[in-house]
Design a protein around this ligand. Structure first.
Ligand code: COA
Length: 260
């Protein structure tokens, strides 16, 4: 077996990244471009897509194909994937969220987030399925609160838990297509962390709560995705790689025992 993560690893491979115009999704698109993939970004807002394409071109990484698509719209997703053609790697990074206690969420508010995160992921998987090449794999970006409760983001937590379960179901039903999840901890520059760390001034508390005592970099999530999509992970499927600086590992009494 060849060592993984060598230059040109994804040359000639077609990689689709939903939510790939900002945050973690953009870092993932950037990483696959560095390894010479043909990257297709699906995202809702044309201005974000244009900025992402400019950012990647400015980094000397060449062109990406962009598609302005809302993952909630199954027909639009199907049209975009038809235009893209064969796919080697699908990364479902599109998400939507707004914090609020469950009592403040209307049925429509709940449904909106579940529709983007869970139904959107299913829509894209369904549309891409006939185009998946031999050796293809799917990566779903979830969150640590897919396992725990998710106070303040119950809608997103329930949806991410659903995506985690879908990951396992498809890994079985679609084998040998590999389907895995990646679970980021608190990551620098994401909308959620901007709100918590910067707007609410919680940065020191968040850093203290992470055993590594820092927020993660979006590229640290992208590196995990590169490996999971690579031939080095050829027997890895139906699992979730947690990339969170040790948050998940510390358990309920971790803060008491480590001073976090
Ligand atoms: N608290 C409670 N309810 C909220 C809310 C909030 N902060 N923001 C929106 N809602 C409710 C709306 O009131 C509406 O429910 P209603 O019809 O009962 O009033 C429902 O959610 C849908 O809102 P709407 O604004 O029409 O949804 P949208 O489809 O236009 O946008 C998002 C949904 C998630 C895309 C939008 O909220 C958003 O842009 N969020 C921030 C960006 C983001 O999510 N980034 C990804 C982070 S993971």
């Amino acid at each position: 077996m060849q060592d993984v993560l060598r230059p040109g690893l994804f040359a000639g491979k077609s990689v689709v990244v939903t939510g790939g115009s900002t945050g973690i999704g953009l870092a993932i698109a950037h990483a696959f471009k560095r390894f010479e993939a043909d990257v297709h970004i699906l995202s809702r807002k044309p201005e974000h897509l244009a900025a992402a394409a400019k950012h990647l071109a400015g980094a000397g990484l060449g062109r990406v194909t962009t598609h302005s698509v809302d993952v909630r719209q199954a027909d639009a997703v199907a049209a975009a994937t038809k235009a893209i053609g064969p796919v080697d790697v699908l990364v479902n990074a599109a998400a939507g969220n707004f914090p609020g206690p469950f009592d403040a969420l209307s049925a429509n508010a709940w449904g909106t987030v579940v529709d983007i995160v869970l139904n959107g992921t299913a829509n894209v998987c369904r549309a891409v399925r006939p185009n998946l090449r031999s050796g293809a794999s799917i990566l779903n970006i979830v969150a640590g609160y897919a396992w725990t409760g998710a106070p303040g983001v119950a809608h997103s937590g329930a949806a991410k838990a659903g995506v985690l379960n879908l990951t396992k179901s498809l890994a079985v039903e679609w084998a040998p297509i590999r389907v895995n999840a990646v679970s980021p901890g608190p990551i620098e520059g994401t909308e959620g962390m901007k709100r918590l760390a910067d707007d609410l001034g919680l940065r020191p508390a968040i850093e203290k709560a992470v055993p590594q005592r820092r927020l993660g970099d979006p590229d640290e999530i992208a590196q995990a995705c590169l490996w999971l999509a690579s031939p080095g992970a050829s027997y890895v499927t139906g699992t979730c790689l947690v990339v969170d600086g040790g948050m998940d590992a510390k358990g309920p009494f971790g803060d008491l025992l480590t001073g976090g």
